[in-house]
Write a protein that binds this ligand. Structure first.
Ligand code: DAH
Length: 337
């Protein structure tokens, strides 16, 4: 038996193993439960007791020889295997980086803001959760005045609501700045309205305000003419209609020639040739007064426009809901903008 064991030891010593696969074959052949060494241990049990001591020594030598060889080579080939797995194949084509796209609402909003920037307006934002003062009372909506019914409001509690218009930011500007004031205020507003293809319970507005000495309705008109000219081109049809807002006096609504039919009449403009795009007016002296600006010294104009309707018209979008559904198939169409 000793001879046999020594023979196996020699065999193991000279065996050449060149990679992880060969090492695994080695392990199975010698060291596994059904391997050669295990078989020899079985055989060892049956040899006469007086031979056990000497044979046992050689048995152990065999086992150690196999284990040392295995462990040493495992370090070599194990690492090699790991390296192979983590190595970067620099010949692979790169992963494409997809560029995000700007939302059509913000494409249009940026265009509008750019026009007013040219006229020296700065940009301000305010909170979407607003108190009664900034959304209503500071804008000349008396308590229980029917004008409050003009806006279907989401109340959070008795004192706070989601703002129903960006005109609330105007109040914040007036209380924090002194004239001359020239600011545009973009943002999201909320109204308790049934959601359909044409209306939503949240949408975007851009308000603007200009307060200085001797500001007149002529300044308002000229500013809005410039705005329409920059956005839609020279000689674009425009008209003002008298209107009512609690915070402006006089108040007006401005229409532009229908973007679709250019004023000749179509379904979109209900065959009037006109589209209403904003409300405006001279800031009511009461509003200046309660917000700390002397109406005898200063006057101002203000305007507020909805963003969704004009954006929809510009891009031929038929349903307002797609603007807030985050459908990548819709949004990616604007990726070049
Ligand atoms: N806040 C008005 C609305 O939501 C729009 C508006 C009209 C804003 C006249 C103004 C303005 O600043 O002067 O319908």
């Amino acid at each position: 038996m000793i001879e046999k064991l020594k023979q196996v030891i020699e065999e193991i010593k000279v065996l050449s193993i060149n990679n992880a696969d060969e090492l695994e074959v080695f392990r199975i052949k010698y060291l596994s439960r059904k391997g050669i060494i295990s078989d020899l241990f079985e055989l060892f049990k049956s040899i006469p007791n007086d031979q056990k001591k000497e044979t046992g020594k050689v048995m152990n030598e065999l086992k150690q020889t196999a284990e040392i060889k295995y462990n040493e080579l495992k370090v070599v080939f194990g690492d090699q295997q790991k390296e192979e797995k983590t190595a970067t194949d620099i010949s692979l084509p790169g992963e494409p980086i997809y560029l995000g796209s700007r939302h059509p609402i913000y494409i249009f909003q940026n265009k509008v803001l750019d026009v007013f920037r040219k006229l020296g307006f700065t940009i301000a934002e305010g909170p979407e959760i607003e108190d009664d003062w900034h959304n209503f009372s500071g804008l000349n909506f008396p308590d229980n005045h029917p004008a409050r019914d003009m806006q279907d409001t989401f109340f959070i509690n008795k004192d706070y609501s989601l703002r129903t218009h960006c005109t609330s930011v105007q109040v914040r500007i007036m209380e924090n700045q002194s004239p001359p004031i020239r600011v545009v205020m973009p943002g999201r507003v909320y109204r308790n309205e049934a959601i359909s293809a044409r209306s939503h319970c949240f949408f975007h507005q851009i308000d603007g305000v200009y307060i200085d000495k001797n500001v007149s309705f002529a300044d308002l008109k000229q500013t809005l003419y410039f705005f329409v000219k920059e956005l839609f081109g020279e000689d674009y049809g425009i008209r003002f209609r008298p209107s009512y807002f609690p915070f402006t006096e006089p108040s007006a609504e401005m229409d532009i020639a229908c973007i679709i039919c250019k004023g000749t009449g179509c379904n979109v403009c209900k065959h009037t040739g006109w589209l209403e795009i904003l409300g405006c007016g001279m800031i009511d002296p009461n509003v200046l007064q309660v917000n700390g600006i002397n109406p005898d010294e200063y006057s101002g104009f203000a305007f507020g426009m909805g963003v969704e309707r004009t954006t929809m018209m510009l891009y031929g979008i038929k349903d307002i809901r797609v603007l807030s559904q985050n459908d990548i198939r819709f949004l990616s169409q604007f990726s070049s903008q």
